[in-house]
Design a protein around this ligand. Structure first.
Ligand SMILES: Nc1c(NC[C@H](O)[C@H](O)[C@H](O)CO)[nH]c(=O)[nH]c1=O
Ligand SMILES: CC(=O)[C@@H](O)COP(=O)(O)O
Length: 191
């Protein structure tokens, strides 16, 4: 479904876990800052609306969207955050540079999600025109920053639940007593 058929700012408030204990990093590109500031505003407002304390939000600026990769990596490596929101706006110019920046950022953010344990949310507009960016950063199609903040809350919750489940599994395994290994027999846990 294309963005034109969906308002980026709309979400089911009943489906959002309580985010009061989560901490969020926001890395913002300074290129097209009129747009990225609007995206950041949408993200922060959504986090605050979902009980995230203001002091649980850490914001850093980077020069351009390509630097979101390094900025997000250092954010998650050095700050106690449960998710990172990478905010940028890439607009087609006269050359192929748009293609390389967009592909590079998408791949870089994807790599961070694969290689680290902290979810990094891709809040990067890749538009043909400034009007398209305006429409998606608080305009007629809503705010992609809002969408990204909700995604960040949901992914932080998934990470938390996965960690708890892993701990329970480990506790069960560890509390099941010694592992009895019979010569040639199946490996059995003695309750
Ligand atoms: N043209 C846009 C850029 N270009 C700059 C790059 O992101 C990067 O900062 C530069 O290549 C140095 O590494 N960045 C945007 O965020 N948006 C653009 O439209
Ligand atoms: C995405 C870009 O880097 C692009 O906006 C730069 O413009 P140009 O392709 O005209 O150099």
């Amino acid at each position: 479904m294309a963005t034109v058929n969906k308002n980026l700012s709309e979400y089911d408030k009943n489906s959002i876990p309580n985010a009061k204990d989560f901490r969020f990093g926001i890395v913002v590109s300074e290129w097209n800052d009129v747009i990225t500031e609007g995206l950041c505003r949408g993200a922060v407002e959504a986090l605050l609306e979902n009980q995230v304390p203001a002091h649980h939000i850490i914001r850093w600026n980077v020069p351009g969207s390509f630097e979101l990769i390094y900025g997000s990596k250092k954010m998650l490596q050095t700050q106690n955050v449960d998710a990172v929101i990478a905010i940028g706006c890439v607009i087609q110019g006269q050359t192929k540079h748009f293609d390389f920046v967009c592909e590079g950022v998408a791949q870089g953010i994807k790599d961070l999600n694969v290689q680290t344990d902290i979810p990094v949310i891709f809040c990067v507009l890749t538009d043909n025109t400034m009007q398209q960016s305006i429409d998606r950063s608080g305009g007629i199609h809503g705010n992609k920053g809002t969408e990204a903040a909700i995604a960040a809350i949901k992914m932080a919750f998934i990470r938390q639940q996965a960690s708890l489940t892993h701990q329970i599994d480990n506790q069960h395994l560890l509390s099941s007593g010694p592992i009895q290994i019979e010569e040639g027999g199946p490996l059995e846990l003695k309750e």
